[in-house]
Write a protein of this length. Sequence first.
Length: 490
Amino acid sequence: MSWTKTYLGTMCLLVGLCGISLALASVAVAEEAAADPVAVTDAGDSAAAAEPAALSFEEETTYTINTLIMFVCAVLVLFMQAGFAMLEVGLNAAKNTVNILFKNVMDLSIGVLLFLFIGYGLMYPGSDYKGGWFGSPIPVPFVTRDADAPNMDTTWSNSADFLFQVAFAATAATIVSGAVAGRMKFVSYLIYSGFLTALVYPISGMWKWGGGALASWGFADFAGSVVVHAVGGFAALAGAIVLGPRIGRFINGKSVPMPGHNIAFAALGVFILWVGWYGFNPGSQLTYFGAANAEATTYIALTTTIAAAVGAVVAMIAAWALFGKPDVTMALNGALAGLVGITANCDQVTQVGALAIGGVAGLIVVAGIVLLDKLRIDDPVGAFPVHGMCGVWGGVATGIFGQNFPEVNGEVLTRIEYIGVQVLSTAIIAAWAFTTMFALFYVLKLAGILRVSPEEEQAGLDISEHGMHAYPANLIHDSFHAGVPSHTSV
């Protein structure tokens, strides 16, 4: 039976590789056609036509500043992968450390390749698909360089744009890692990660950022509370439901806490994520040249900081009131909740609005963690409350607190209309992410390749899936043995 499961997983990966090969082949054919000598006219006329117009000093400066700052912001967002890795490792058992780190590396690596070949073209298909639900069925792979003729339509380089966008795609994918930790087969996680990065995230992303249907309705999501975080959060919920809880997490219908093995790692992860968010939110200004853009970029950083801070404080107070002691993990998730909630609207809310959005997000994340516990849904890091629930809140809060009312068909939306657009659009994206990923996880479950065996789970995925430990074997203990809690926290 085990070889059959491995075979099925391998075949799924091979299908993905075949798709990549077909994409590469189509590019080769296109390049050969472009190089056909029949299409070449008079050499002098061709050279004259290819000569780019000289840029003014201001255009050169604008392009340079926008491109380089966007590149730095892309690096900050990419560095958030380290934050997710540390947070997830810290809040899970020591015996699953290698597995979690490996998943985060592959989220980025597979994400870059599949977004390059498929996702980027699907998400940004061009103006021909404006107001639509889907772009070109055959997306164009690779990034078109603009070295000879700088892209002054955007005023930043195409390469910087891709790096920035792919960092967001990898973020959406890696949100799920913590929610399915400790019990999901590695091969199935790779299939999930590729599917979300290549198809699910780019398609719903096109609806807003690619000029699709939701953009035409006036939907606002500045840096991705919904487009990025809610997509990852609802995918995490789907995975946690289909997988079921970890062994020992719920005994006789009662919740049994399974503490993480290294709170220092978790705290470090949150600090890294907080810093990385300054690439995520201020970076989404996209154009930074000039006094107005510089002020807007730093104001976005201000509202982002306010929301994160108040989210941490409110979550701490709420958890303290509920459980009798201040819980640092709740405060850490509260900071992330505030960051997620402000991401959609950081460009257009007042400082008071940022306080309100972050504060409500802090309450939501505590309530969400308690709710999942009551529903016996095992989410070890709180991925759904932080990213799913607070992502939805960020989308709705944009309509409630936002100051930039969109114009649709020549008319500016009223406050009520704005809220309505935000609620409907947020619900559509959340439903898309949940249903598609639930279906994928369920298919993997039916194929018998979704979850490891109980023996493998109890041994730890580091040794059962990868044949190695992150720590010396004598330092790795389990909180649970045969379903009975012990006093050792890992």
